[in-house]
Design a protein around this ligand. Structure first.
Ligand code: FES
Ligand code: FES
Length: 163
């Protein structure tokens, strides 16, 4: 038995029939072909699958697609506008805050959620917010620097994290 859902994904209403046990992550990756959210541990431990649901960072592997019915989801594919990277994406590149890139979409979306609530986080607050996002490559220093630099730029533009 399936259930009909409509989820607004990156501003576009998506309607689908989904099985009750289909996760939001599988729905995004397999039904919508949005593969930016990564499948790492699939049990809420690594943060590779983080997307924003109603502006809050959520592990998409732990949420059912049916629970996203009627809600607003933002994935990494929704950040660049007209081919221009979001400042957070640009700062990750400038600071070389990624190597393999597997953790990067989750890192960026978790950070966006943080900056929406707290535009001037201390390093400790950034570390706490990103504590559920694992990176096996960078050693985290460059990520912390990229986040602080992007936060400063976003404060300067007055546009906030959502641009
Ligand atoms: S894949 Fe969801 S937290 Fe690891
Ligand atoms: S850049 Fe490879 S896991 Fe973070």
């Amino acid at each position: 038995m399936t259930q009909r859902i409509t989820v607004r994904v990156n501003g576009i209403p998506e309607t689908a029939e989904v099985a009750p046990d289909r996760t939001l992550l599988t729905f995004l990756r397999e039904d919508l072909d949005l593969t930016g959210a990564k499948e790492g541990c699939n049990e809420g431990e690594c943060g590779a699958c983080v997307v924003l649901v109603d502006r809050k960072p959520i592990n998409a592997c732990l949420m059912l697609a049916v629970e996203a019915d009627g809600r607003e989801v933002v994935t990494i594919e929704g950040l660049a506008k007209d081919g221009v990277l979001h400042p957070l994406q640009r700062k990750f590149l400038e600071h070389q805050a990624l190597q393999c890139g597997f953790c990067t979409p989750g890192m960026i979306l978790t950070t966006l959620g943080l900056l929406a609530e707290n535009p001037s986080p201390s390093e400790g607050e950034v570390r706490r917010a990103l504590s559920g996002n694992l990176c096996r490559c960078t050693g985290y220093r460059q990520i912390l620097d990229a986040v602080q630099d992007a936060a400063a730029e976003l404060r300067g533009t007055g546009k906030g994290a959502a641009r």
